[in-house]
Design a protein around this ligand. Structure first.
Ligand SMILES: Cc1cc2nc3c(=O)[nH]c(=O)nc-3n(C[C@H](O)[C@H](O)[C@H](O)COP(=O)(O)OP(=O)(O)OC[C@H]3O[C@@H](n4cnc5c(N)ncnc54)[C@H](O)[C@@H]3O)c2cc1C
Ligand code: FES
Length: 281
């Protein structure tokens, strides 16, 4: 009897799927900010995915997965009743949930799935939560309703202005801080370039900022260093020391470089996979 059965699936946007998966042991221990490592089948690689939500009583976890390459596209073809071979977790340190007063959440694209459980927990703790969720265009907007339920204010941005406020999340953040809002914390997840810009803006305003980092991971348990990042000049492993770090101390340029190091292999793997799929494999 396979353990990790998919019991629900929903398409949130083109190439973004939400999955509910039976995983009672993980659901019992999950905390906001943590992630799992998923391996789809015997030949699959291990990929990290954030715990979007979970229910300990009913024994399920929820993941939001954007199709960016071979494994995530393969997962996109999984349906209700299918099962995932391995899920390891919960992994990483939970986000430090405290009373900060006003908290601004800044997330780009699928980073919104990473921020959601953290935003929810910070609100439950009594913080005023302002969520800025940004997407390239209208059809890619996800989780707006979910954020509205757990935020005091939601600002949706699109790069092209096709929905919500035109511009980047960082433009909305800058306006907010310049209008006199004084958050005790800014929490961010999304593309590296966005997190880097968020850190530059909040540094100028002296606002504590945590970024949830997304380096390449293999084991996810501190054994290999694939996920290493430089924070305040020190090498740390994001899977066990993070994934949250003080954004003002992170070397984002190095993170971007390391994320691009397998681009050619990733392209070849995807091409091979798409060929197999088109041949009906
Ligand atoms: C702690 C953590 C939590 C994550 N949570 C989520 C999540 O909840 N939902 C989600 O959709 N994705 C999440 N990611 C990113 C996800 O792991 C990658 O998108 C996935 O590994 C890509 O695998 P692939 O084989 O489909 O693509 P690949 O062929 O490996 O890569 C395709 C493209 O995606 C980029 N990429 C690869 N790995 C990552 C990565 N770790 N982060 C960002 N870009 C990457 C590559 O540079 C490349 O451009 C998370 C990553 C980390 C480290
Ligand atoms: S993924 Fe291997 S040490 Fe973090």
């Amino acid at each position: 009897m396979p353990k990790y059965v998919i019991t629900a699936k929903r398409k949130l946007a083109p190439r973004v799927n939400w999955f509910r998966i039976q995983a009672p042991l993980i659901a019992r221990r999950a905390q906001p900010g943590q992630f799992v490592i998923v391996r789809l089948h015997e030949k699959g690689e291990r990929i990290p995915l954030t715990l979007f939500d979970w229910n300990a009583n009913e024994g399920f976890i929820e993941l939001v997965v954007q199709e960016v390459g071979k494994t995530t596209m393969e997962m996109g073809r999984y349906n209700v009743g299918d099962h995932v071979l391995n899920i390891t977790g919960p992994l990483g340190n939970p986000t430090h949930i405290d009373m900060y007063g006003v908290v601004v959440i800044v997330c780009g694209g699928v980073g919104s799935a990473v921020c959601y459980p953290v935003a929810k927990a910070l609100r439950e703790r009594g913080n005023k939560v302002i969520s800025i969720i940004g997407f390239r265009t209208r059809e890619l907007v996800i989780l707006e309703e979910e954020f509205r339920r757990i935020s005091d204010e939601v600002i949706v941005t699109t790069d092209d202005g096709s929905y919500g406020v035109k511009g980047f999340t960082t433009d909305a953040l800058r306006s907010l801080l310049e209008s006199g809002v004084k958050p005790g914390l800014v929490y961010t997840a999304g593309p590296v370039i966005m997190m880097k810009k968020v850190a530059e803006i909040t540094r100028r305003h002296g606002v504590l900022t945590y970024a949830s980092l997304n380096p390449i991971m293999v084991d996810g348990t501190g054994m290999c260093g694939a996920c290493r990042v430089t924070v305040e000049g020190r090498t740390v492993f994001a899977c066990v020391d993070g994934p949250d770090f003080d954004a003002h101390k992170v070397d984002f340029d190095e993170l971007a470089k390391r994320l691009a190091q397998y681009t050619e292999e990733e392209r070849i793997a995807l091409e091979k996979y798409l060929n197999t799929v088109s041949r009906g494999g």
